[in-house]
Design a protein around this ligand. Structure first.
Ligand SMILES: Cc1ncc(COP(=O)(O)O)c(C=O)c1O
Length: 378
């Protein structure tokens, strides 16, 4: 029987936001996790040249894989064989590849709740069983090795994400080491979604590969590199699993877009420009963390990374989708409903993305303040 999966409700908010905009309303897009900055200048310059000079076709850039290997060396001090990078159209197909090439139908895969909407739904689409572990403030909404040890029977796979979507929290390095050791001992496949690496507001996030060279790592140009629309990412497969992963990739997706591969290689060298974006997000994060508690929104796990605030609005609603719709219609601020990330407690959470400009963040705070103040008085 075909799997039944939930919609991505933030897309409904996005559609409503565009409808309101078309009607002439001013909207601030804080519903999607996408940088508003566009690709780095170096990447755009290369893309112009390639468009003018190359016919392009199905292609896998060896230079980009070497560039990614250099990126891992610079960032984590790791020496990774460039051949282990399987280039994909973003993290989304990398997730599909990691799951399809690792598991049999019916296998149980553990993940944190709240977590990124596609984990649960892609698992279901592939006839795998999501084992969602409710995580709370005591573990900063992240999986811990103790959660996994308590599962009976043990899962066949585990997905971790650090920094995470929707909370932006990081798994402490010692805990990540324990999770990796637990998975290795029990021969559990470990998949680490590292899409938000580079976007951290304190210490940088560590790759799981320093603890387990056989983990599968998902990466993307969508977030730190500010290239969402270019649809480029990678799955870093363990040495013994590259051929198998590549066979799945070729059959399911062929190759990543050639233009994006050229541009992505240039983006790997755009550190200065990209660090400026991180400074903007950091400023936005601090402004929101300062402002929101003043209008009654004080149950937030301060994000270590990514560009989200996951806010408990349980004193105001039990229906986060309706809440986001009303908030958008009445203030023009688009946010994502918590039910995307948590089918149980997400009813009373919203996610605010601060991957916008600081002027938009200030504008959003100015609109939200009187709206929430009114509700607090009721
Ligand atoms: C945790 C996480 N993984 C994967 C993705 C998919 O990203 P991509 O645009 O690279 O497909 C997202 C997108 O928001 C995400 O938040």
């Amino acid at each position: 029987m075909p799997a039944i999966i939930d919609p991505f409700y933030a897309m409904e908010i996005n559609r409503l936001a565009h409808r309101l905009k078309a009607e002439g309303r001013s909207v601030i897009h804080m519903e999607y996790g996408q940088p508003s900055t566009g690709a780095p200048a170096k990447a755009i310059a290369v893309a112009h040249r390639v468009l003018d000079t190359e016919p392009m076709g199905y292609w896998e850039s060896v230079e980009l894989k070497i560039g990614l290997s250099r990126h891992y060396c610079r960032t984590y001090g790791l020496d990774i064989d460039p051949d282990r990078f399987v280039l994909t159209c973003g993290a989304s197909p990398a997730l599909v590849l990691a799951l399809a090439s690792n598991f049999d139908a019916g296998d149980r895969v553990a993940l944190a709740r709240p977590g990124y909407v596609a984990y649960r739904n892609v698992l279901k689409a592939l006839h795998l069983e999501p084992v969602e572990i409710g995580c709370d403030a005591s573990t900063r909404y992240q999986l811990a090795a103790a959660h996994l040890a308590a599962l009976e029977p043990a899962p066949r796979g585990v997905i971790v994400a650090s920094p995470a979507n929707p909370t932006g929290t990081i798994i402490e390095e010692n805990e990540l080491r324990k999770i990796a050791a637990f998975c290795r001992e029990r021969r559990i496949s470990l998949i680490s979604d590292e899409i938000y690496h580079g976007l951290c507001y304190g210490r940088p996030a560590q790759t799981v590969l320093v603890h387990d060279p056989d983990a599968f790592v998902i990466g993307s140009f969508s977030k730190y590199f500010s290239m969402v629309a270019w649809r480029l990412g990678w799955l870093l497969a363990p040495a013994g699993r590259v051929e198998r992963t590549r066979a799945f990739a070729g059959n399911m997706f062929l190759t990543a877009p050639s233009l994006s591969q050229h541009a992505g290689l240039a983006a790997l060298e755009a550190h200065d420009e990209l660090q400026e974006h991180v400074s903007v997000y950091c400023r936005n994060r601090n402004l929101l963390l300062q402002a929101l508690p003043q209008f009654g929104l004080d149950r937030i796990a301060p994000p270590d990374g990514a560009f989200y605030l996951y806010v408990d609005v349980g004193h105001l609603t039990n229906d986060s989708l309706a809440f986001c719709e009303t908030l958008l219609k009445e203030t023009g601020v688009a946010t994502a409903p918590g039910i995307d990330f948590d089918p149980v407690d997400g009813r009373h959470h919203i996610r605010i993305s601060f991957a916008v400009s600081t002027a938009e963040t200030e504008d959003a705070i100015g609109r939200l303040e009187p709206w929430f103040a009114l509700r607090r008085r009721r």
